[in-house]
Design a protein around this ligand. Structure first.
Ligand code: SF4
Length: 363
């Protein structure tokens, strides 16, 4: 067992060792604990680890080279990511195949990540019959590398475009922070991913609340869908120690409107170019009848976490409380919202009580 050997962490590096989200460590029984409202995670989220850390400098990321401190002790997406041996991880998964519907390997920006990710993916796929996603690092990868990942057994990829517009991408990930990432390369990687892995099997991560308008985010998600991608949506949460640690989260009503937009776009129930917006480019109308929109909102589905699914077609990567604290103001629901949640969501959307109109009223 290799839990909590932080003093020896320079030796605990990939491909033999991986960091694992705290939620995944709880799922595999490495850590004790229960989630708020008994939420359950069905994806084992893994992250490559090296003593030299990540070479990128993204302003909002807990792993950024901009951030002081040792890589292995940096928090990421609100929680610690303890290190475990790959062979221990495989053993635990084999003991809990009923609980694990997907595995995700997140790359960081280090050249050696490419062969190591291939190696880890092969070992996992040879050991367990559970689908594997790769959260890829487009800056490192060529077309042939994506093909090699598919040949190694991965069936889906995520591309963390994160920002909805090129100026924001440059500001927070590119030249603005002295980072290596390029907007065009990320979109090209997504296009290549769809070509290699198939329609719906590659998708961007987008993070709402980075200064984009609702129209810009809607159009970015539509661009992804038109390419064959499906969006995995996040609400910005300030990562302690990052350059943006003092930036606030987006207002809840804004995030709820974007969640609804994502669902309608990805399920091809409406299109961003059919939405209407107010003078501040906030969504006013989704181009649907009131009955259609009521049905969608009341289903609660748009407000669940959007992430890679398991073989049963249900979202496996539901990341409980990864971008909001446990409590009544859940942003991405890791389970289907109940009637009380939907009532709360309707209030947050400022949805009219009457079922007769679909225009979202402003406060
Ligand atoms: S949605 Fe989850 S499983 Fe899919 S690529 Fe993103 S982090 Fe990985």
């Amino acid at each position: 067992m290799t839990d909590n050997l932080f003093n020896l962490q320079d030796n605990l590096q990939s491909p033999g060792f991986l960091r694992m989200s705290l939620a995944a460590a709880m799922t595999l029984g490495f850590k004790n604990g229960l989630f708020y409202r008994n939420a359950k995670l069905y994806c084992i989220n893994l992250l490559l680890t090296y003593p030299e850390g990540c070479a990128a400098r993204c302003a909002y990321c807990g792993l950024s080279g901009n951030r002081p401190g040792q890589y292995t002790e940096k928090r990421f997406i609100r929680v610690t990511w303890p290190i475990y041996a790959l062979e221990d991880i495989i053993q635990r998964i084999l003991e809990r195949t009923h609980r694990v519907k997907r595995i995700c390997i997140s790359m960081i920006t280090r050249k050696r990540c490419v062969p190591d990710t291939l190696d880890i993916c092969r070992k996992l796929r040879n050991a367990v019959d559970i689908p594997v996603s790769i959260l890829v690092s487009p800056t490192l990868l060529k077309y042939e590398d994506l093909q090699a990942l598919k040949n190694a057994g991965a069936d889906k990829i995520g591309v963390a475009v994160d920002l909805a517009t090129e100026p924001l991408f440059i500001q927070y990930r590119g030249k603005g922070v002295g980072g290596p990432h390029q907007w065009d390369r990320y979109w090209e990687c997504l296009r290549q991913g769809v070509e290699i892995f198939g329609n719906g099997n590659a998708g961007p991560h987008f993070m709402a609340g980075m200064g984009e308008t609702e129209k810009e985010m809607s159009l970015a998600m539509q661009k992804s869908r038109d390419m064959g991608g499906r969006t995995h949506l996040f609400s910005f949460f300030p990562e302690a120690g990052s350059l943006l640690e003092n930036k606030g989260m987006p207002p809840m009503d804004q995030y709820r409107r974007i969640q609804l937009a994502r669902y309608l776009i990805d399920h091809e129930l409406s299109r961003a170019d059919g939405f209407s917006f107010d003078q501040d480019q906030r969504i006013l109308h989704y181009g649907l009848s009131s009955e259609q929109l009521e049905t969608v909102v009341n289903s609660g589905e748009p407000f669940r976490t959007s992430g890679c699914s398991g073989n049963d077609g249900e979202v496996a990567c539901n990341r409980p409380f990864a971008n909001s604290r446990p409590g009544p103001d859940i942003r991405n629901f890791p389970f289907l919202p109940d009637a009380g949640d939907i009532e709360n969501i309707r209030r947050q959307l400022n949805f009219p009580c009457s079922n007769k109109t679909v225009t979202i009223q402003r406060k």
